[in-house]
Design a protein around this ligand. Sequence first.
Ligand SMILES: [Zn+2]
Ligand SMILES: [Zn+2]
Length: 300
Amino acid sequence: MNFELNLIENSYDYIKETLYYYKKIGYNESHDEDRNSIEEKRKWKTTFILLVQAIELLLKEALFRINENLIYENIDEKISDRARTIRYSKSIARLQNLKPKLFSQNETDLLVTCGNIRNNFIHFKVNANSIEIKRKYCKLFELYIKLHYRIFHQKYQNEEYKYVIENILHNAKDFEVFRGMEFTKKQLKQFKEDIAENQYYSYILTKDNKAYMRIKYGDEEKFYNFKFNTNDSYYSINCKYCGDCGAKKGEIHLDGCDWEMCPICGHQLLSCDCEWNEYVSDDYLFENDVKDIVDYELFI
Ligand SMILES: [Zn+2]
Ligand SMILES: [Zn+2]
């Protein structure tokens, strides 16, 4: 079966492919090595290359629309000899000369940088960071959408990947990574406040008025030593950050975290049968009459 694609159809094909990959790896991604395999992160390479490929064809389409000969590297050769189509970097320079308003200096820089990254991915050793690749990818995708509009005066539409595109465009504007987790600026501010405030609530209070010190992330083994005089039965966790709430070692988990251990029985606090009322602070213990305080840290 033969098939023929013009420049823009070919570009759309690469866009679909890159969106297919992004959907697999880019949604609510985490960026620390404990929660991801290198195998997963490697997929960023293909995802990125496909997007640059799509942009390259879009740039050629823009040249083609000015004059179809402009998609060739050397426009002075005889038409029959013009086998080589224009290189990516040269198409940017040619468009800058012929259509100076098509992209700004910042956009030009982004196009050039992403082209270099693509070349490195294809031709050299790869040394990449998933946060930086994703940041550039989302910006470049946003530029694809803008250029598409500037060239065709029509928005790029794709019903199948509508939500994926929304996610990318959102990330292009507001994308923060903290402790390997993705946030918007607002979410990150809230997260930092929540974590800081939560550190004061270092006890749980039972119905019969006993206070148990909450087990900080990373202290599970110490707690087992204290509670059962052994750590044999404890499967130690070696992740830098809590896989559920993002607490770092030595911090108290956020409320409702499914990795928090119960300081009464040693099982998962979220699901054990111990009866307790609330999280309380040091100040609470100081100001109120509590029957007993069980503090695993004191026994270490
Ligand atoms: Zn946690
Ligand atoms: Zn319990």
